[in-house]
Design a protein around this ligand. Structure first.
Ligand SMILES: NC(=[NH2+])NCCC[C@H](N)C(=O)O
Ligand SMILES: [Mn+2]
Ligand SMILES: [Mn+2]
Length: 299
């Protein structure tokens, strides 16, 4: 029997300041994602986008967070949709939208696992709290929120917390970490492969170590791909680009190795912003990487 992948889009741009990332799900669809994955061994069902209430920008008085209410509401809605996908025993594939959507994705997925693993493929740690955030942007906080740290409404989404344990996450591609994030990583011993380790050890080693590390301690692994993990040469259509990123080929290799491992149980691709992009280069890249993740081979 063919496995079913169910796609859900989260056209969210309220977790940061650059407009246009709400068009990410469309950009990924225009890049031909359904056709590409259908070619592989999957049944694809595109459930469309969740609705996002987009009022004028607000700043929450207590936490200083931008658009807290709308992000909270959207996260609850996305968590529900993702839960429905889980209940139907399909593979949830979520398109962003800025990375704040992970709060909802993980809230929807994690209750089905005692020990969900998370691979965070990103230039950033997204481990900020209202206290450590330099920006007040919620897209810099989803991993912290999922670990049970930060603003109370966000943490409580799905009515349980934490969604993931410190020892069950691996960050790959980090090269822009804020001071508070660095402290948290050291304090909690979070597993991080920065660009330094990728350069030094090579992507094969990094992914093999990641798999070794997560395999026995987890019962499912969510892959969160922020397109800014890649170098802006390959992914110019992102809101917070950072030079010195992962290459195109290294990223395919990472996806191919994860595909071979057969351990990935859900995935999301975020931060594609077609307004900042060059002829949908970043949307196309996301779809190519999904091809490798879901089993495309060169030969
Ligand atoms: N998902 C992202 N692109 N996050 C970027 C976060 C940037 C910065 N660390 C912040 O908290 O604002
Ligand atoms: Mn990022
Ligand atoms: Mn991110």
């Amino acid at each position: 029997m063919k496995r079913t992948i169910k796609i859900i889009g989260a056209p969210m741009d309220l977790g940061q300041l650059r407009r246009g990332v709400d068009m990410g799900p469309s950009a990924i669809r225009y890049a031909g994602v359904v056709e590409r994955l259908e070619h592989l061994e999957f049944e694809i069902e595109d459930l469309g986008d969740i609705a996002i209430d987009r009022p004028r920008t607000t700043i929450d008085e207590k936490s200083g967070l931008r658009n807290l209410q709308s992000v909270t509401a959207a996260s609850e809605l996305l968590a529900k949709k993702v839960t429905e996908i889980m209940e139907s025993r399909s593979f949830p594939l979520v398109f962003g939208g800025d990375h704040s959507i992970s709060i909802g994705t993980l809230a929807g997925i994690s209750k089905y696992y005692k020990n969900l693993g998370v691979i965070w493929y990103d230039a950033h740690g997204d481990l900020n709290t209202p206290e450590t955030s330099p920006s007040g942007n919620i897209h810099g906080m989803p991993l912290a929120v999922s670990l049970g740290l930060g603003e109370e409404h966000l943490i409580k989404i799905g009515e349980y917390s934490p969604k993931v344990k410190f020892e069950n996450i691996v960050i790959i591609g980090a090269r822009s970490l804020d001071e508070g994030e660095k402290e948290l990583i050291k304090e909690k011993g979070i597993k991080v492969f920065t660009m330094h380790e990728i350069d030094r050890l090579g992507m094969t080693y990094v992914i093999e170590e990641t798999i070794k590390y997560l395999k026995d301690r987890t019962d499912g692994i969510h892959l969160s791909v922020d397109l800014d993990a890649l170098d802006p040469i390959y992914a110019p259509g992102v809101g917070t680009p950072v030079n010195g990123g992962i290459s195109y080929r290294e990223s395919h290799l990472a996806m191919e190795l994860l595909s071979e491992s057969k351990l990935i149980t859900s995935a999301e691709f975020v931060e594609v912003n077609p307004i900042l992009d060059e002829k949908n280069k970043t949307g196309n890249l996301a779809v190519e990487l999904m091809g490798s993740l879901f089993g495309e081979k060169l030969l």
